[in-house]
Design a protein around this ligand. Structure first.
Ligand code: ZN
Length: 199
């Protein structure tokens, strides 16, 4: 019984800030602005892109490959505090697009990342749909986009898979750790409060 309690109290693997590991990423957290499908800001303005260290290291491996090909990462969403999952679900209660809050999303575990690409000088790279577009244009099976957008989606997929991530068939931008579900759901803030700081 005691050992079980100790196990439950063991601190979870810490979340790391992706920008400290991959300094040239473009952090474009849409939920920290009103520019998202809810038209509502649900993250604080100073939200950071945080991931489990393992996800972040795999993402760094992918970023190194993209850089060789002339691209940098554009990060739309990373770790997402669990309580935010309830707000997303209120607006979009469709499994596949938004994870049921009770089950939780791999974003709530630090084991999923939403991303696109920009060129090395920061220009947009075309994909078959905008980020968080809920329709067939966002699916990996969609073949109706421009040749370039489909090629970019394939480059993103093959590079992320080679780095050990798993695609979501319905969202070209979403990648998971294949065994993300073994990590706990978490609800810690993006910026931990500092002790003894200014009131
Ligand atoms: Zn996602």
């Amino acid at each position: 019984m005691l050992s079980l309690l100790l196990l439950a109290a063991a601190p979870a693997e810490p979340l790391v800030e992706v920008k400290s590991l991959i300094p040239d990423v473009v952090v474009d957290l849409r939920y920290a602005t009103a520019d998202n499908f809810m038209k509502k800001q649900v993250y604080p303005s100073d939200a950071r892109c945080l991931l489990l260290e393992r996800s972040a290291k795999q993402l760094k491996a992918a970023a190194d490959v993209f850089r060789e090909k002339g691209y940098r990462l554009r990060l739309y969403d990373c770790y997402r505090p669990h309580h935010v999952q309830f707000e997303l679900w209120k607006v979009m209660p469709i499994p596949g697009y938004v994870a049921e809050p009770k089950k939780g999303s791999n974003h709530n575990r630090g084991g999923a990342v939403d991303l696109g690409l920009v060129t090395l000088d920061g220009k947009d790279v075309e994909f078959p749909s905008p980020y968080d577009f809920f329709g067939k244009e966002a699916h990996h099976s969609f073949q109706g986009g421009t040749k370039e957008s489909l090629a970019n989606r394939e480059l993103l997929r093959t590079t992320m898979e080679a780095a050990g991530f798993k695609k979501n068939p319905m969202e070209w931008w979403h990648y998971d750790l294949p065994d993300a579900s073994k990590y706990p759901l978490r609800d810690e803030p993006f910026n931990p409060p500092t002790d003894g700081g200014t009131p």
